[in-house]
Design a binder for this molecule. Structure first.
Ligand SMILES: [Zn+2]
Length: 187
């Protein structure tokens, strides 16, 4: 019997210890008591293959290129592009802005699939959509491994989410109970 995607994902979280407890400042600027080290999910490439397979299976429309960013997002983009038999482009963040890494290019009219690992608000995916649009390419979809289930992630682009996480939290620093208790941020 094949396990559901969610059961496989939960097993992967357990074995990689990717979900950490503490007091974290998230990429969105919000604070949370649980933090995903997404890259840890990928420490055993064979164990993570089901995620790449599931991501590639979400998209049947014509795609020319997969675009991802940062460490885990780059690996996800590469593996998804491999399965879709298309090109890949990688962006990274410098000075709070996303840019394509030198050597990668997106051509006008190219149909670009944007992928990202785990998002709170979809901020990275939004910035990658902007990169595609500024190259006059066509963002045809967004694939996310997971959302934290806290916010409506509306990217103005057809979005597939493999897993909605349960029990995640994200609050503004001003209303963060851990800040109010004087708990230092986890480094
Ligand atoms: Zn806090």
């Amino acid at each position: 019997m094949t396990k559901t995607l969610e059961a496989q994902f939960n097993h992967l979280i357990e074995t990689t210890k990717a979900l950490q407890q503490g007091h974290f400042q998230l990429a969105s600027g919000l604070h949370g008591s649980r933090f995903f080290r997404c890259i840890k999910l990928l420490e055993n490439p064979q164990a993570a293959e089901f995620l790449f397979d599931a991501m590639a299976a979400q998209f049947s429309e014509p795609i020319d290129m997969v675009l991802g960013a940062n460490e885990a997002g780059s690996i996800l983009a590469f593996e998804t592009a491999k399965r879709l038999n298309v090109k890949v482009a990688i962006a990274r963040q410098t000075d709070h802005q996303y840019h394509l890494i030198d050597g990668f290019a997106i051509a006008p009219e190219q149909r670009v699939l944007i992928v990202d690992d785990i998002t709170t608000t979809g901020g990275t995916a939004k910035k990658l959509i902007t990169i595609a649009q500024s190259a006059e390419a066509i963002p045809v979809g967004v694939g996310l491994i997971a959302t934290k289930g806290l916010f409506e992630v509306d990217l103005g682009c057809p979005t597939q989410v493999l897993i909605t996480l349960k029990g995640m939290d994200a609050v503004s620093p001003e209303s963060c109970p851990l800040c109010q208790q004087g708990v230092p941020l986890t480094q």
